[in-house]
Design a protein around this ligand. Structure first.
Ligand code: 5AD
Ligand code: SF4
Length: 440
């Protein structure tokens, strides 16, 4: 038997790309590939790209340029580009960078084995279709490797919201939900392989409406189905849109013990004028009322968010409204970005904010968000939380895991194993993590 071929995958961007990279590795595993951590000894390199940040495509070209020497040494090396940059500019990549053998969009990963075979025969292959079939269904039945205690599981993809700044509706396409029975089967399989916590993924996850036995299921109904799986201890989901936060999902946060008290609910901005121009179809007020309803169902829930500053036509007054909203909501964690144009999106055509003003706003917003994050983290001291242990710590006898609220927690003198869920009392709050002790 010939030695296994080696696959190097570099993953950029969101958790959905992490999940997709795992599926691509499994698909090519069926073709005799094993993963390697170094591009130097790879027979195939895949860049799983992200298009959400500025100059994403340029970064991909410069990364590809670095493989030139490697390809010269090893003419059999195959180089592929996957993910959202592949989807957005596949043909352009093929034209501009002759090193690339294969371009595969996020909806076509199940076709990778055939594409790889063609590439081995010297063909240049490009597939950025949006096929009808469920790619994950086609990718299943791969070797059942043991897994760590946490996993992602994609339940829906794409987005129909068309926020004026965002490329996702173009790169990931229209919103599609996977049928519930397939998701439940995949979750059962993950649990059999050692997984204790599953994060349900979707660009617009709470718009989930996958087929069930008696019509479509909501995300909350899917969560209740997953709740029945013995051995699955924790359920999370991300990323949600405020307008799809239905009553049954809010209620589940109060009644489903496996559903963790953490919600990532991007608002993007606090000015109604800007929200309107972003095509967000909610107001600052409706978002704040929604947070109140969620907190009424689950008072201790940790709220996380995304923000964009310097969106076209944002004035200082508009920005102040974002700061006011943050003050009112109090975020446990958040991600904030300076607006950057994405060609092809509606906002790209509009008058841009002075970059120095946008930088200044980003700094002020981040200072406030960091302060809130710190306060929320510090408020955990003295409390009892669940911790799922994910790895050994750096000190002897120490274990590290995540709390129900997704804070990293270190526990000294810990006689627990990876994958154990324990009750822990938080004793101190450090720079980026908490320290706790086991409660017997
Ligand atoms: N500029 C800046 N930030 C953006 N995001 C999406 N598109 C852009 C853009 N053009 C941010 C949003 C989104 C997060 C994933 O990335 O805040 O919620
Ligand atoms: Fe992009 Fe999210 Fe808006 Fe969809 S809801 S367009 S993914 S920012």
């Amino acid at each position: 038997m010939s030695a296994p071929k080696k696959l190097f995958i570099k993953t950029y961007g969101c958790q959905m790309n992490v999940y997709d990279s795992e599926r691509m590795a499994e698909a090519l595993g069926g073709e005799g590939y094993v993963e390697t951590k170094s591009a130097d000894d790879a027979d195939m390199i895949l860049l799983n790209t992200c298009h959400i940040r500025e100059k994403a495509a340029e970064k991909v070209y410069s990364e590809l340029g670095r493989f030139k020497g490697l390809k010269a040494e090893k003419p059999d090396l195959k180089i592929g580009v996957a993910g959202c940059v592949a989807q957005a500019e596949g043909e352009e990549i093929m034209r501009r960078q002759p090193l690339v053998d294969l371009v595969v969009g996020p909806q076509s990963y199940h076709r990778l084995p055939e594409m790889e075979a063609k590439a081995r025969e010297g063909e240049k292959v490009l597939d950025t279709d949006f096929p009808e079939e469920d790619k994950f269904e086609k990718l299943k039945n791969r070797p059942k490797a043991k897994r760590g205690p946490t996993a992602f599981l994609t339940v829906q993809e794409g987005c129909d919201k068309f926020c004026a700044f965002c490329v996702v509706p173009y790169t990931r396409g229209a919103e599609v939900s996977r049928p519930a029975d397939r998701i439940v089967r995949e979750a059962q399989d993950l649990v059999e392989r050692g997984v204790r916590e599953i994060t349900l993924l979707g660009q617009n996850v709470n718009a989930y409406h996958g087929a069930g036995p008696n019509g479509d299921l909501t995300l909350a109904q899917l969560i209740w189905d997953l709740d029945k799986i013995d051995g699955l201890e924790r359920i999370r989901f991300t990323t949600s849109h405020p307008n799809d936060m239905q009553d049954d999902l809010i209620e589940a946060h109060g009644t489903c013990a496996k559903l963790m008290p953490y919600l990532h609910l991007p608002v993007q901005a606090g000015s109604d004028k800007i929200l309107k121009r972003m095509n967000r179809s909610h107001t600052a007020e409706s978002y704040i009322r929604l947070i109140e309803r969620i907190r009424a169902a689950r008072p201790d829930i940790l709220i996380s968010g995304d923000f964009i500053v310097g969106f076209p036509e944002e004035t200082e007054e508009d920005f102040q409204a974002t700061l006011d909203l943050v003050e009112e909501v109090k975020y446990g964690t958040a991600y904030s970005f300076k607006y950057s144009t994405r060609p092809g999106t509606p906002a790209a055509e509009r008058a841009q904010v002075d970059p120095a003003a946008a930088d200044d706003r980003l700094q002020r917003l981040q200072a406030l968000l960091t302060k809130q994050q710190r306060e929320v983290q510090d408020s955990m001291v003295g409390r009892e939380v669940g911790v799922l242990f994910e790895k050994a710590g750096r000190l002897p006898g120490q274990m590290v895991g995540k709390s129900d609220y997704l804070h990293a927690v270190h526990v000294a003198d810990c006689n627990r194993q990876v994958g154990d869920l324990a009750r822990v009392r938080i004793v101190s709050s450090g720079a980026n993590s908490l320290a706790g002790e086991l409660i017997d």
